[in-house]
Design a protein around this ligand. Structure first.
Ligand code: XMP
Length: 430
């Protein structure tokens, strides 16, 4: 194994990720683990050089203060404790120590080496994946999003043809998106890829369904059913690969951190499909996942793509989905993305997309009255997607996009720009 490791034990701190980042920024790999990790579990972690006992305001769980197992103190690892007065031996700090103190702990007391980088991380993960999987098979739902793509690239490198990727096209993908997944993974990375075109099935289930929550439920539920059917066709699969990343774990709640929202990375697969999980990115933050993807040789566009919701264009074709409006969303989105790339805005703006509502307005084409749909352009900036502001897009760029949408997208006679920040609006419309 290439990298040294500092283990951060979560004793109720809200600062776990801050300290993990700070240690990684000093060049040493760090991982956050639950406070009640056992000696046996700790011993399975490679190259542990020291432990940080990270206490804080969430220290009381079910009426009891959380504690580390006392046997851990016997192991002889250098320890540093933050806001955890119960610690024995460890140097104690009331709050996050300054950079010099942290450096002294890492490099003098723990004698850790600054050997954390993506190349070493990938090599270590590959070794761990090979140890875990042996000669057995792994199944992966490959959506084409950043996280699943990076996991796929990592698993291909680690176990090659023992990985089976399943890409389900729910018919709500952006223009050429499924084609690009097949091209990159099957043709270029030679993945064992099962492509399932389930467009008709999804559109059938969604017919006449206008309630946003019901649409989301149908798309999510059907996705699991299709994936499950494909999994049952394959034989001898013991593992499920997943693109879980560290923020997913935090937001889903840990023993001391409260749940923000549940992440269905496992997709609620049925109990009788018994898989062991392979989650090589679960200790990474989003920017690190992207860096990992670049190091693994994935195309820039795939790694730096803007966020795209799981239900896809389904939540941007408002109300009950119809094929003509879905096409209008897909085509106008493609134009918007093309023009944003041309203007260099794709690197500047956090998220940009188009929406087509389910009502028409009167217009004129070729001197005749038309009654057609409108396209709404939404362009926002945000740090954490909890609040968002509207980007002041250059007027000339907006004019060019409008001209192209009106000329190239069928059934559309009007283009609007959404000026609403979040809150009160959300980023997506549904
Ligand atoms: P809202 O609309 O809640 O969106 O302001 C916040 C961010 O989350 C994205 N989003 C989703 N991402 N599955 C996802 O993976 C979803 O169901 C989903 N819904 C919204 C949205 O695009 C924005 O970036």
């Amino acid at each position: 194994m290439k990298q040294d490791l500092i283990v951060i034990l979560d004793l109720g701190s809200t600062q776990n990720t801050v300290i993990a980042r700070e240690i990684r920024d000093l060049g040493v790999y760090s991982e956050i683990h639950p406070h009640d990790i056992t000696v046996e579990e700790l011993k399975t972690l490679p190259n542990v050089k020291g432990i940080i006992l990270n206490g804080g305001e969430n220290r009381v769980v079910d009426g009891q203060e959380v504690q580390v197992r006392p046997e851990l103190y016997e192991l002889g690892y250098p320890m540093l404790s933050i806001d955890y007065p119960q610690s024995k031996c460890a140097a104690q700090f009331a709050e996050l120590p300054d950079g010099d103190t942290l450096k002294k702990f890492l490099f003098e007391e723990c004698r850790a080496e600054a050997n954390w980088n993506m190349k070493n991380f990938i090599e270590d993960q590959i070794e761990l994946i090979r140890r875990q999987v042996g000669d057995r098979k792994v199944l992966l739902a490959l959506s084409g999003g950043v996280d699943s793509s990076v996991v796929a690239a990592m698993l291909i490198k680690a176990i090659g043809q023992q990985l089976v990727c399943v890409h389900v096209n729910h018919g709500l993908m952006r223009k050429n998106e499924s084609e690009s997944v097949v091209k990159v993974f099957r043709d270029e990375l030679h993945a064992n890829l099962v492509y399932v075109d389930a467009s008709e099935r999804f559109l059938g289930k969604l017919e006449n369904v206008s309630d946003p929550e019901q649409k989301r439920k149908i798309i999510g539920g059907e996705f699991i059913r299709v994936f499950e059917e494909e999994a049952r066709k394959l034989e001898g699969i013991d593992f499920l690969g997943q693109g879980t990343i560290y923020p997913d774990i935090i937001e889903s709640g840990t023993k001391t951190a409260k749940m923000v929202k549940s992440h269905h990375n496992v997709g609620g697969l049925p109990e009788d499909l018994k898989f062991e999980l392979v989650e090589p990115l679960k200790q990474l933050f989003k920017d690190e996942v992207r860096a990992c993807g670049v190091e693994l040789g994935l195309p820039h566009d795939m790694v730096y793509r803007q966020p795209f919701p799981g239900p896809g264009l389904g939540v941007r074709c408002l109300g009950a989905i119809t094929r003509d409006r879905l096409e209008a969303v897909r085509e106008s989105d493609a134009i918007l993305r093309e023009e944003f790339a041309r203007a260099g805005l794709d690197k500047k703006v956090w998220q940009y997309f188009t929406v087509v509502p389910d009502f028409k307005s009167v217009g004129m084409k070729n001197n005749a009255r038309v009654f057609e749909y409108m396209v709404i352009i939404r362009v926002i900036n945000t740090v954490d997607a909890m609040t968002a502001s509207v980007e002041k897009v250059d007027w000339d760029v907006l004019e060019r996009i409008t001209e192209r949408i009106l000329a190239e997208v069928e059934n559309v006679n009007r283009v609007c720009y959404d000026m609403s920040p979040k809150p009160p609006a959300t980023i997506e419309f549904e």
